[in-house]
Design a protein around this ligand. Structure first.
Ligand code: FES
Ligand SMILES: [Fe+2]
Length: 449
């Protein structure tokens, strides 16, 4: 049976509550992803703030390809294959500032930041074979576009535009104003599992009760999940607490403060320093008898004050309906997750690490609201394995505690396949189904459903 027939056979087994497990560990899937998934999706490469100035460049590696993203002096953002058209040497190793000059260290060919070749040593030598034209010597262009401050690339010249690929996210997030954020921190770590295992650990809330039991004290939630084409989201909203019995008081200030403080301390994201400042003012300035609505109104005011003190803008156009519609977290197909809050945006990205199906590169960002012209200033930390991440982030370590064990488990011949919760893990099932469709048909177009 060919790998294509094998994938088609497994795809036919997918049901709302069943997904086969082979793709988590079979090297044939790594190869198939290289051929069908990575070259045909839009992939998040970096933030615009990392390539804001002329000459700034970012290297984004995905499977066997490396992409060089550059802002040229004409202000245009461009992306190129990070490979020399002469003999194939990789051109750049990491992020930096190339100015207007990219040089190959093998035989010295050079390009400007628009990817146009500027120099070929002994170019006339090629005259005996008809000479070299621009198409021979310029860098290979890659499509690049931006959304909400994120830079995306696609290797597929026929892929639909980014805006329609992302549908419905541009509409859902229209009022969140995430362009005006800056990276507060970025951590990259190598994890001992398939990239889909770590991705799927972050696209459902069904695990919260067991994996993050400390969260249960924050009250009743009504979890759910839903697919929107190739993307999907889950929601995990608070249920408004019942008003206190007559004669009994609930300290709603304390409840809000406890939540914000704990997320701030144990995750370092979702509730950042502006939220923390607002929560502290609640405790200092409101009486403990303040009602739920009074606490909410004051919190919003204090939150806006904290942002304004930084020159940042509170997203004033954001409505409670917008917040409810955005839910808790989205999987942006294939490999990105975003968790929106009023305070900022947390994001994850999972990629394969070489050809080992049991190793992945996982990125985590926390973006804070900032002045539109704020400079970019953050530390990017790299952790070569999960052990070196110990002590970095209590909340994420609770999640990471599962993923190696899941990777070990899904390989077992005794594991019958994933049984996603058809209410709370629609995200997992829908991601997997779309993933198989991309492996089977170019851009996933061709499935009957
Ligand atoms: S490989 Fe780059 S100049 Fe020869
Ligand atoms: Fe989690």
């Amino acid at each position: 049976m060919s790998i294509e027939e094998d994938i088609a056979r497994l795809y036919a087994q997918i049901r709302p509550d069943f997904v086969p497990a082979q793709a988590y560990h079979d090297p044939a899937f790594v190869a198939r992803e290289k051929a069908m998934l990575w070259p045909h999706s839009w992939l998040m490469a970096c933030r615009e703030e990392e390539v804001a100035e002329a000459g700034q460049s970012v290297v984004f590696d995905i499977a066997d390809d490396s992409i060089l993203i550059v802002r040229a002096s004409d202000g245009v953002l461009r992306a190129f294959y990070n490979v020399c058209p002469h003999r194939g040497r990789r051109l750049k190793d990491g992020n930096g500032n190339i100015g207007d000059n990219i040089a190959c260290r093998f035989h010295g060919w050079r390009w400007n930041a628009r990817g146009e070749n500027q120099f070929v040593l002994d170019r006339e030598n090629w005259n005996q074979t008809g000479g070299l034209c621009a198409a021979d010597v310029d860098l290979g262009q890659v499509r690049v576009d931006t959304w909400d401050g994120w830079v995306f690339v696609t290797l597929d010249s026929d892929a639909e535009p980014l805006e329609s690929y992302l549908d419905p996210l541009p509409d859902v997030f229209a009022h969140f104003d995430y362009r005006n954020t800056r990276i507060a921190w970025h951590k990259t770590l190598v994890v001992a599992c398939n990239w889909k295992v770590v991705l799927e650990a972050f696209i459902e809330s069904y695990h919260v009760a067991m994996t993050h039991p400390q969260s249960l004290k924050f009250g009743v939630r009504t979890p759910g999940s839903q697919a929107f084409g190739r993307h999907s989201y889950f929601f995990y909203p608070f249920v408004r607490p019942k008003d206190a019995e007559p004669g009994l008081t609930i300290d709603y200030r304390q409840a809000r403060y406890t939540y914000v403080e704990e997320m701030h301390r144990t995750l370092g994201a979702l509730q950042g320093r502006h939220a923390m400042a607002a929560a502290e003012r609640l405790m200092a300035e409101l009486p403990e008898t303040a009602t739920f609505d009074e606490v909410n109104a004051a919190y919003m005011r204090f939150h806006a004050d904290a942002m304004a003190a930084d020159g940042a803008r509170y997203p004033a156009a954001l409505t409670p309906q917008d917040i409810a519609r955005a839910g808790t977290a989205w999987n942006i197909f294939p490999n990105m997750v975003i968790l929106p809050t009023v305070d900022g945006l947390q994001a994850y990205r999972a990629r394969p690490n070489g050809d080992d199906p049991s190793s992945a590169i996982f990125d985590v960002w926390w973006l804070e609201r900032s002045a539109p012209d704020a400079p970019s200033s953050f530390i990017h930390e790299y952790f070569p394995d999960m052990e070196s991440f110990a002590g970095q982030c209590f909340f994420l370590e609770q999640d990471f505690d599962n993923i190696k064990a899941v990777q070990d488990g899904v390989k077992s011949r005794g594991f019958r396949g994933v049984r996603p919760n058809p209410h709370q893990e629609v995200t997992v099932q829908s991601f997997e189904k779309t993933y198989y469709e991309y492996l089977l048909w170019p851009r996933g177009e061709g499935a009957d459903t």
